[in-house]
Design a protein around this ligand. Structure first.
Ligand code: MD3
Ligand code: FE
Length: 214
């Protein structure tokens, strides 16, 4: 047991919105298998820093697995079946990923979630993700499931307007968050990561974000 204080919350479900909740420690039992699968995905589709249409190089490094992958370039944001860096399809979604996403969504009240895209974000100390909405998916009826691995982060959960003051939600190794319904288009982001190395993953945080893109 690496962190006795984190263990206090394990198994709790915290509502952070009408249709958004944190499942504390939901991915802990699969964390090693998930991290190993991330290494496999990144061997086939390496992490890279995307450049936004505005010309800003993102501090988060990204890759994808599944039928579709989220990309940004000077032309815009979109989902694509082929990795523009390798010219090959994105690696298949590992079964442990798909299973976890489905069981987490069901535990949060979204039965039948079958994601076709998994965006994998890698944060290093100082990395942040500024407030944004996820609007590039075809159908907003499906939820989004996110899995946190490695170092702690402070997630910012805002409202439907960029100017709404966001709530701060700490996310730890093994936590899973599910967003759907009226919470699906809320602004959100991640504060700059502080360097407090994780026993298994070292000085990084990995976030898996499962979506139904098509
Ligand atoms: C909240 N990633 O990749 S969890 C992203 O921790 C992203 O890497 C963050 O925001 C991370 O787009 C936050 C994912 C998340 C995804 C969709 C949401 C949070 C959301 C939709 C509505 C509200
Ligand atoms: Fe997002």
């Amino acid at each position: 047991m690496p962190d006795l204080f984190a263990a206090i919350d394990e198994g709790r479900i915290e509502a952070i919105g009408p249709r958004a909740c944190v499942l504390r420690g939901f991915a802990l039992a699969q964390a090693d298998a998930l991290a190993a699968a991330v290494v496999d995905v990144a061997r086939a589709a390496p992490f890279r820093h995307l450049v936004t249409p505005g010309g800003y190089t993102m501090s988060v490094a990204m890759t994808n697995c599944g039928a579709l992958g989220w990309i940004a370039d000077r032309r815009g944001y979109r989902y694509a079946a082929v990795d523009p860096q390798t010219g090959r399809p994105w690696p298949a979604m590992p079964p442990v990923f798909a299973h976890l996403a489905g069981t987490a969504a069901a535990a949060a009240g979204f039965a039948g979630f079958a994601p076709d895209a998994c965006l994998i974000n890698r944060y290093q100390p100082g990395t942040r993700l500024s407030l944004h909405q996820d609007r590039d998916e075809r159908d907003y009826a499906a939820p989004i499931v996110s899995v946190s691995l490695g170092m702690d982060a402070v997630f910012l959960f805002g409202g439907l307007a960029r100017s709404d003051t966001p709530a701060k939600v700490p996310l730890r190794h093994g936590d899973v968050v599910v967003w759907g319904g009226e919470d699906r288009l809320r602004f959100h982001g991640v504060l700059p990561l502080r360097d407090d190395p994780h026993p298994q993953l070292g000085s990084q945080r990995i976030n898996l974000t499962f979506r139904k893109a098509a």
